[in-house]
Design a protein around this ligand. Structure first.
Ligand code: CUK
Ligand code: CUA
Length: 622
């Protein structure tokens, strides 16, 4: 927008006389030009009512513990899917299944989402995510956009860097951001170097059972492991991750003061680690198979890199891995082929903590240092293999050629981008077309909501000669990373199929019942437009009566097998709320510890008679 202003004022200077006679039409010239320009971008992002966006954007919700789903190019927020945090909009965290998955935790810090892959391509089936806040991992089914399993990862603290699934979803790797004593036991910080470890976990997914499982763990040195990426094609059995604090500092003051010149990229061959586990080369720690590299050598190597690297990303062809140092201005391109050769030739420069250190010069392909670019963090790729690196400090995205190091283009963003995400960006064949900058600072981009400003995502069009920001969208705290997938790859269902084997489900009004066993009350009820039926034979079928102290288990089935007819179920003042989507059965268990009369009602607007979809929960005092 700024570009045309000097041109326009130059133009106007010649028309001063005309202006005197015909009034000031600079305003209309400006408006016309502005709208001509704006219209082009507006058209690019405008998705008319009735049409759908071309891509889904799954933006991690950071410490909201949720996942934000947007449409691209419109950048419309479509849905928030709860993952690690309770969410009353969907009853997540109240019904038995989600409550059990969340366990003792009420929140999470979701940093890095990753799609399941087949042959290095997003297959649109599942989404994985990690929780830095409470050391967990989750999997979301993309037919229903619901979380199916959450796993606690013992022996680790803050699995951070897993945007990170191997080519056929064999593993999701969870390196940890914080080092903790082995087994998470108490150990003084003076014993940091001997007793603490940065543990990486290899997690597998059983698609049939929709269950996550920890396959094995590796006891790495007590460093912080930051970002990582899986190899592709020629490097598909390998993975890389960045590490910092190799000084093993135990306070932040030390970390800031005694910076080593170099940290490392950890390069590992997961096939080899898998083999070691099969051969029994591990110890058991808190029930997990843990490889101690000082005892069982092989499969893990260190590559020196500029101090405090943050991101590391593998090129779509799998030939290079690119490290970016938040404190160093350069991106370093390393060659997998060179690394393989160096490993074969034992071209090592000694060891650190029992791990062989590869010779920097033998593995490094080139150092790339775009002029005045500061704070490179994360790199994404387009359909031609060109790299796009976010510059946190100089607030821009720089496009460059990993094969030559040449800077090709750059575009300013507002402000301080962390990650960016390209269309199908982590696959072996990215789409080009779009990249979205996930900006940490929005400043005055949007209407103010007080001192805390929203985060900002900016959509950048890659199809023209120059990158161009064409849309922006505010977003809740706080996307760290995101994934962008072609919309037609995701095949959602609109109604849950009938499950005759589910003993909790009731599909006919006459089958509804309330069963009492001692002080347990089991309700088999249905929700339908627009009433609840808990026991069709009772005098008042929409009431549940229990005694104070009873354990109450309510199974509720939505028997409206119609698209978009979701019912909710809440009991006033009982702090509970669940949701049943069309055809779905949900169960909620609780103790009726408050005597009295409590209205119950449907929370989801479901028909013209939604307001009437009520009943009573009566708790007889002891
Ligand atoms: S981190 Cu947040 S900007 Cu968790 Cu991927 Cu780099
Ligand atoms: Cu059912 Cu509102």
């Amino acid at each position: 927008m700024k570009k045309w202003i000097p041109a326009a004022s130059g133009l106007l200077a010649g028309f001063t006389a005309a202006t005197l006679f015909f009034g000031d039409f600079s305003q209309s010239v400006k408006t016309e030009r502005q709208s001509a320009h704006a219209k082009t971008n507006a058209e690019k992002v405008y998705v008319p009512f009735g049409e759908k966006d071309e891509y889904y954007l799954f933006a991690s919700g950071g410490h909201s513990g949720q996942m934000f789903i947007y449409g691209v190019p419109s950048m419309r927020h479509i849905r928030t899917v709860p993952v690690f945090s309770q969410d009353s909009a969907t009853g997540y965290g109240w019904d038995d299944h989600s409550k059990k998955m969340l366990g003792d935790y009420t929140w999470g810090d979701l940093h890095h989402p990753a799609f399941s892959e087949t042959n290095g391509d997003y297959d649109g089936k599942y989404m994985f995510a990690t929780d830095v806040g409470n050391s967990r991992a989750a999997v979301m089914n993309l037919e229903t956009f619901t979380v199916r399993d959450i796993i606690n990862v013992p022996n680790t603290s803050g699995p951070h860097c897993a945007a990170f699934v191997t080519e056929n979803t064999e593993y999701m790797f969870l390196p940890t951001r914080f080092a903790v004593p082995i087994g998470s036991e108490y150990a003084e910080l003076d014993d940091y170097s001997e007793k603490y470890r940065g543990v990486m976990s290899a997690v597998t997914f059983d698609e049939k059972k929709e269950k996550l499982n920890i396959s094995y763990q590796v006891a790495l040195p007590p460093w912080s492991f930051d970002l990582s990426d899986a190899g592709k094609k020629i490097s598909k059995d390998w993975a890389v991750m960045t590490t910092y604090n190799t000084e093993e500092a135990t306070t932040n003051l030390e970390i800031n003061a005694s910076q080593a010149d170099r940290d490392y990229i950890v390069l590992f061959n997961w096939r080899e680690l898998e083999k070691m586990v099969k051969e029994g080369k591990y110890d058991t720690v808190t029930g997990q198979k843990m490889i101690f590299p000082e005892k069982h050598k092989g499969g893990i190597y260190l590559v020196p890199v500029a101090k405090s690297p943050h991101g590391v990303d593998v090129t779509p062809d799998g030939k290079y891995f690119i490290a970016s140092g938040k404190l160093a201005p350069a991106m370093t391109v390393f060659s997998f082929e060179k690394a393989f050769k160096a490993i074969e030739n034992k071209d090592f420069k000694g060891e650190r903590n029992g791990l062989p250190v590869l010779n920097y010069d033998s593995v490094m392909e080139r150092e790339v240092n775009p002029e005045n670019a500061l704070g490179p963090l994360h790199t994404q790729f387009d359909d031609k293999g060109m790299a796009y690196t976010t510059m946190f400090i100089s607030s821009e995205i720089v496009k460059w050629d990993p094969n030559t190091g040449e800077t090709l283009d750059r575009v300013p963003v507002q402000y301080s981008p962390g990650h960016s995400v390209a269309a199908e960006g982590d696959t072996v064949a990215p789409d080009g077309k779009y990249i979205i900058a996930l900006n940490k600072i929005a400043k005055d981009s949007y209407l103010s909501v007080g001192p805390s400003h929203p985060e900002s995502m900016q959509l950048i069009d890659l199809s023209g000669k120059k990158m161009e920001v064409i849309q922006s969208a505010p977003v809740n705290p706080e996307p760290h990373y995101a994934q962008m997938i072609k919309a037609d790859k995701i095949k959602t269902i609109s109604v849950y199929p009938k499950d005759e084997k589910n003993k909790d489900a009731v599909y006919k009004q006459e089958d509804t019942k309330i069963v009492r066993k001692g002080n347990e009350v089991h309700v088999y009820g249905i929700a339908m437009r627009s009433k609840f039926i808990f026991d069709a034979k009772a005098k008042r079928p929409d009431q549940i009566e229990v005694s104070e102290g009873d354990k109450v288990v309510i199974h509720l089935t939505n028997i409206d097998f119609d698209q978009d007819i979701t019912h909710g179920f809440a009991i006033n003042s009982y702090d509970m709320n669940i949701e049943v989507q069309p055809g779905q059965t949900s169960t909620i268990s609780f103790t009726a510890d408050k005597a009295g009369t409590f209205p119950l009602y449907c929370t989801n607007f479901c028909s013209a008679l939604h307001q009437e979809m009520t009943g009573y929960f009566l708790v007889k005092p002891k």
